[in-house]
Design a protein around this ligand. Structure first.
Ligand code: ADP
Ligand code: MG
Length: 185
């Protein structure tokens, strides 16, 4: 797919009886896409398997259907892409290209440690998007542990600050859907 979604997940296929820490009403409230028009971010925080990626793809699909431009990137792939661009002296150009979308989904931010260079590249991206474009972020880290994750408060604090400012935070919990499927089969 052009948007880079790793799989085809639909909001219609999301089971709110399984995932009870978020309501259908909360998700449907986003589908007027005022959050995109207002350049606000969505942040889905929670442990593995609770539906963070499913929701971000589902919302992204709906946004595309409504005429918005959406791009999906795994956080590590994105950072690699930015680092490569930086090495070629093309970071500005790459950031410009990425910021043509209305929303960039960054999936699995914070799962693995990043090099100093990677954190810096990510900071450039967050800066470029701040109050200009929307980010849809999934992460397993709550923001209090982001300082530790980035190892470098000089970058961590402004990154987290810019992401949280103008953002809708959703804390997802409960059982992993993957585990549920395992026990059923
Ligand atoms: P996370 O990104 O939080 O680790 P995923 O969104 O990848 O979790 O969900 C794991 C798998 O379980 C995916 O195949 C997803 O479609 C499915 N899944 C998770 N939660 C739900 C749900 N509430 N209803 C339907 N499918 C779900
Ligand atoms: Mg995921």
């Amino acid at each position: 797919r052009q948007a880079g979604f790793p799989s085809d997940k639909r909001l219609e296929g999301f089971d709110y009886r399984h995932q009870t820490t978020i309501t259908k009403r909360q998700i449907n409230a986003l589908l007027d896409f005022s959050f995109l028009d207002n350049r606000e971010n969505l942040v889905f925080i929670g442990p593995p398997g609770v539906g963070k990626t499913h929701l971000s793809i589902g919302i992204g699909q709906k946004a595309i259907e409504a005429g918005y431009r959406v791009l999906f990137r795994n956080a590590l792939d994105l950072v690699e892409e930015l680092e490569l661009a930086e090495m070629k002296g093309e970071l500005k150009k790459t950031l410009h290209k990425l910021a043509k979308v209305d929303a960039l989904v960054i999936d699995e931010l914070g799962y693995l440690p990043m090099s100093r260079q990677a954190r810096y590249a990510l900071f450039q991206l967050i800066n470029r998007f701040y109050e200009h474009r929307s980010l849809i972020i999934t992460t397993n880290k709550d923001f209090t542990s982001w300082g530790e994750f980035f190892h470098d408060d000089n970058v961590a604090v402004p990154i987290v600050d810019r992401i949280i400012h103008h953002s809708h935070l959703y804390l997802l919990g409960g059982e992993s859907y993957r585990l549920k499927q395992k026990t059923l089969s």
